[in-house]
Design a protein around this ligand. Structure first.
Ligand code: HEM
Ligand SMILES: [Cu+2]
Length: 657
């Protein structure tokens, strides 16, 4: 009996590595700490009522952002571990197996559990405010999306201490991700972690398309809509078409692994290249899904800090839609070496190069917006201006990679690693940082310290160039990706050393950002204006942070950059702050079902990973029960009284007459 318990435990828990034991201890300690703090301060009820059951888009957005910062930390630690192993030839810090696990979890976490939720966080906090709406179209669904993402992320992260991490790369190519070569539970953690959170992403896509098309303030026609909302729309259209492909692909891989299918195995008539085609039919649109909103953010910031209308509004909209369509026609550029022949490769090379045109249009539009503007360089603008050259280099190396015959040389080399980090860090992550600095006062109601913010900016950028520029050269010198060790004879030492130093500087930059937040909380400088940057769009017309109903009165929109125009009219005495008639506001009620249902999904996933049907089946019944319970719940909304609106507005310093 005791023996079998011991045997089970040694397979169930990951053992043998001091890093893991350290993680075990810190997980247990932080759980104890969190539970004791909540109990001591009697905060359980508050946590449940205000956060865990909320359907308020702003709070959901904040939870997304918080989760993504935690994941940035984990993904960043992974990155530093890898760079430590590569710092010099013949390092003995990580074993080959361990290195494989780390680049896999790093890639998955950074893209699916860091970039995606950071983006969804910004969608959530900002889009309804920009549209003059009271919430998203489906607030309950929105909460469910968040909790599904959260369950999926927790499931994936659990593989670090239970069962073992996946190690087949961030896209889990077969045959290596198939059962025959990868029998442990790591790959199943991968499938279920991504599957569960992916359903959440799909629902977010649907939710925001409907919100943008259907829930805009009166007068806000599509062609008057702020550019960030346009970018969200184009990104969500791509989500709705791309994510079902991911769901199906992973389902097929699951059938291969769990039921002995042969979709992607050569024996039995399957074909691994089929998986690789399918996963990139999702994977390439995915990178545009995360970069398009960053383009929207740059557009907002450039206009605000140049004190000018965005140059080329229509061409921006057009470019964004074209990018989201074209992103579905380029997937094979990830495997020009597959052997599909010159015609196929030529097609995908040309479509890839075509994307450079709308992207170039956008870059020129930003530059023309700045031209003759009264530019000021507060942190959001600093990030935006810093990103432009960075992103242009990333884009141009992308064009180099798209030349199919040349790609036979670049393929799977460090040239590629440098390229995709350049677009994904300088385009996506820095873009979301810019958005976070820009909207921070609106989200949290206080200003971030500008001086510390500048330090973070410079450290991130210097660290970035030091880390990734040498990798282009290393790639051309023959260093291949996913390589965990190399010899002294290669001549790669110096550049790898520089690269690791750059990574450490980025790590320091992250800490400076956390310090910036802590410092700013301590020296609380409240944003009493609601419009600290003198900005142009509707979200800045209400107090910071926005009251829970967002707009006390529905704004009547008459032009692009409506808030800017309204400020001008008031200044010129053409418009008096209007007398308004307050009406009770219709709001959705909180619900505990999303978090409970996602917990059941977690059990479904965990049960299937370990082939414990006694857990998976009840989990699934729980999911169905939650659906039924929600269907019969008619108590889903309420009205805020005029009195309460008046009181809330007065507390935010706004008098309503
Ligand atoms: C912040 C600094 C970062 C550093 C120092 C870093 C470093 C690395 C390293 C060393 C690798 C492994 C390369 C190899 O051995 O082939 C890697 C792979 C990867 N990184 Fe990063 N990374 C960073 C940020 C990011 C971010 C922000 C993302 C995405 C949002 C990202 C996405 C990926 C992906 C998808 C892979 C490929 C994993 C695979 O080969 O399966 N990285 N990174
Ligand atoms: Cu691609």
């Amino acid at each position: 009996m005791w023996e079998s318990v011991k045997e089970f435990a040694s397979e169930f828990f990951v053992t043998g590595d001091p890093l893991i034991y350290g993680a075990d201890v810190s997980i247990v300690l932080s759980m104890i700490a969190i539970v004791s703090v909540l109990t001591y301060f009697k905060k359980w009820g508050w946590l449940w009522r205000e956060w865990l059951t909320t359907v308020d888009h702003k709070k959901i957005g904040i939870m997304y952002i918080l989760a993504s910062v935690l994941m940035l930390f984990r993904g960043g630690v992974d990155a530093l571990l890898m760079r430590a192993q590569l710092v010099m030839p013949e390092m003995q810090f990580l074993s080959g197996d361990h290195y494989n696990q780390i680049f896999t979890t790093h890639g998955v976490i950074m893209i699916l559990f860091m970039a995606m939720p950071l983006m969804f966080g910004l969608f959530n906090v900002i889009v309804p405010l920009q549209l003059g709406a009271r919430d998203v179209a489906f607030p309950f669904l929105n909460a469910l999306s968040f909790w599904l993402f959260f369950s999926g992320a927790m499931l994936f992260n659990l593989s670090f201490v239970i069962g073992g991490s996946p190690d087949a790369g961030w896209l889990a190519y077969p045959p290596y991700s198939e059962l025959a070569f990868n029998p442990g539970p790591g790959q199943d953690f991968y499938i279920w972690g991504i599957q569960i959170s992916g359903i959440g992403s799909l629902m977010t896509g649907i939710n925001f398309i409907v919100t943008i098309l259907k829930v805009r303030a009166p007068g806000l026609t599509l062609m008057k809509m702020p550019m960030f909302s346009w970018s969200v729309l184009s990104s969500c259209i791509a989500i709705v078409f791309a994510f079902p492909i991911l769901t199906v692909t992973l389902a097929l891989l699951f059938i291969d692994r769990y039921l002995g299918g042969h979709f992607f195995t050569l024996d039995g008539g399957g074909n691994p290249m089929m998986y690789i085609n399918l996963i990139w039919m999702w994977g390439h649109p995915e990178v545009y899904i995360i970069v398009l909103p960053a383009f929207g953010i740059f557009s907002e910031i450039v206009a605000t800090f140049s004190r000018k209308k965005l140059f080329g509004y229509k061409s921006m909209v057009f470019a964004m839609i074209i990018i989201s369509v074209l992103s579905f026609l380029v997937w094979a550029h990830h495997f020009f070496t597959m052997g599909s022949g010159a015609d196929v490769n030529a097609f995908f090379a040309v479509t890839t190069m075509l994307i450079a045109i709308p992207t170039g249009v956008k870059v020129f539009n930003w530059l023309f917006t700045m031209f003759r503007g009264k530019i000021t360089f507060e942190t959001p603008m600093l990030w935006t201006v810093g990103i432009i050259p960075n992103f242009v280099i990333g884009g141009m190396t992308g064009v180099l990679l798209s030349v199919a015959p040349a790609d036979f040389q670049y393929h799977n080399s460090y040239f590629l690693v440098a390229h995709f980090h350049q677009v994904i860090i300088a385009g996506v992550v820095f873009g979301f940082f810019a958005g976070l600095y820009y909207w921070w006062p609106k989200i949290f109601g206080f200003m971030l310290n500008e001086r510390i913010g500048r330090w973070a900016f410079w450290l991130w950028n210097i660290g970035f160039y030091l880390c990734f520029m040498p990798q282009y050269a290393l790639g051309l010198m023959g260093m291949t990706r996913r390589l965990y060790t190399y010899g002294w004879d290669k001549g790669w030492f110096e550049m790898n050393l520089v690269s690791t130093i750059g990574a450490v500087i980025m790590g320091a930059a992250f800490l400076v950002q956390i310090w910036d937040i802590a410092h700013s909380i301590k020296h609380m400088k409240k944003d009493t204006t609601g419009d600290p940057w003198n900005a142009r769009t509707l979200e800045w017309s209400i107090p910071s942070p926005a009251p829970f109903y967002n707009f006390a009165v529905m704004p009547q929109v008459t032009s692009q950059d409506d808030w800017h125009e309204r400020k001008l009219r008031i200044e010129q005495g053409l418009e008096k702050p209007a007398k308004v008639e307050l009406e009770p506001i219709h709001m959705p009620k909180n619900s505990g079902i999303p978090i409970v249902m996602s917990m059941f999904w977690f059990f479904v996933g965990f049960g299937l990973i370990f082939d414990w049907l006694w857990m998976a089946v009840p989990g699934f019944i729980g999911v169905l029960a939650c659906m039924v319970a929600h269907s019969f719940n008619y108590d889903t909304d309420y009205y805020i009284t005029v009195e309460e609106i008046k009181r809330t507005e007065a507390e935010a310093g706004r008098v309503i007459t």
